[in-house]
Design a protein around this ligand. Structure first.
Ligand SMILES: [Zn+2]
Length: 380
């Protein structure tokens, strides 16, 4: 099976110049311009608000056009890393040569890596105008969003891959399992109607879900399909491109999301192969609907249960929930919630059995709690 071969031989394709979540435009420039020109045609399609070049990499000669864009949100870099792995795959597929050839003979692929380089510079969601590009699909006031829509309209792709990262506290259904990969076939109207294009998005997602079940059973989620008037996925779906949202989420022990990157690589290439063989047509809308809905804010990085907290000379019993927060250069851990967290789960948790904790408050740095109560804080 192609997906298993991809997964098992991934190390042959991994771009070793990118090994963690924080990297900048300058870190990927040479990885773009030095690609094998026999495989990739590179075009600078425009510039960001702060004049960083945005590129499109094109490969393949087939009739099925697929547009893939990553990192519209500057701090969501997992799929950008997976793109560079995918580029290496097409340049040197090794034992998977036959499948790679089938994809590029059936499809023409257009990749836009790091659509928001200014946001990536600061590892922040928004662009340098402080606009969330993914709420700019109608007004197109961001140069980056404008470029994406402009090229969507020039290329008129059959499929669009809208690639993001979601926070790691979503679970797949109301379970303790993180939604390591989540999908959405966006609606194109408020009534959430169905047409052939949207059905194809759902079928392709069902195919990717089946593939990923081999590697992360129970850790695949689905987003609510409420129509968002100003978002790109919804509007690109509306313009007739079957759009697939993939969100890279959390996995235990994978702070830098390198395992999630591998899953993303496997899912995207499996989907492209499925398009080239039309395999996804065997899937149904109900296959898509059987993927559990994500539950937001269900998880914490750490929970300390059943603490006795002292404040103002009084004591009370509560659970303490800790979450990480990403800054430009590092992650910090903070007390995020105090109270009854019996309905929540954590990547790591401990029962304090009524141990006393002095003077704790929301927003407080939690490093000392993690160091004291968890042997290996890098476990999450
Ligand atoms: Zn995003």
């Amino acid at each position: 099976m192609f997906a298993k071969q991809l997964f098992n031989t991934y190390e042959n394709f991994k771009e070793l110049k990118l090994l963690n979540r924080r990297f900048k435009h300058k870190d990927i420039l040479s990885l773009i311009v030095n690609r094998n020109p026999d495989i990739f045609k590179i075009t600078e399609i425009g510039k960001s608000f702060e004049d960083r070049e945005i590129f499109m990499l094109k490969t393949g000669t087939g009739k099925r056009k697929v547009l893939l864009w990553s990192q519209m949100h500057g701090n969501e870099s997992t799929a950008t890393q997976a793109f560079f792995d995918i580029f290496k795959f097409f340049e040197n597929p090794g034992i998977l040569h036959k499948e790679a050839t089938e994809i590029i003979n059936s499809c023409t692929l257009y990749f836009i890596p790091m659509l928001n380089p200014d946001g990536a510079e600061l590892f922040q969601r928004r662009n340098a105008q402080d606009i969330d590009i993914n709420r700019d699909a109608l007004k197109l006031q961001t140069p980056e969003g404008n470029l994406l829509m402009q090229y969507r309209d020039i290329i008129h792709p059959e499929f669009g891959f809208n690639l993001h990262d979601q926070d790691i506290w979503y679970s797949a259904g109301k379970t303790k399992f993180p939604a390591t990969i989540s999908f959405l076939a966006p609606a194109y109207d408020t009534e959430k109607c169905m047409n052939e294009n949207r059905k194809k998005s759902m079928q392709l997602i069902a195919e990717m879900t089946e593939v990923l079940q081999n590697f992360i059973p129970n850790q695949i989620g689905r987003y609510s399909d409420d129509f968002m008037e100003t978002a790109f996925g919804d509007n690109i779906q509306k313009r007739g491109t079957s759009t697939i949202l993939i969100e890279s989420g959390g996995f235990p022990g994978d702070i830098e999301k390198q395992f999630v990157r591998k899953l993303s690589f496997t899912a995207i290439l499996s989907a492209l192969y499925s398009v080239s063989k039309n395999n996804f047509e065997k899937k149904s809308v109900s296959d898509y609907e059987s993927v559990p809905l994500n539950k937001k804010n269900n998880l914490f990085d750490f929970i300390l249960r059943d603490a006795v907290i002292t404040r103002n000379g009084k004591t009370y019993t509560a659970d303490i929930g800790i979450r990480s927060r990403s800054l430009a250069d590092k992650d910090i851990y903070e007390v995020f919630d105090i109270g009854d967290l019996s309905q929540n789960f954590a990547y790591s948790e401990i029962n304090l059995n009524r141990e006393q904790i002095n003077d704790i408050s929301i927003g407080q740095n939690a490093d000392y709690l993690i160091e004291k109560h968890f042997n290996n804080p890098n476990l999450i």
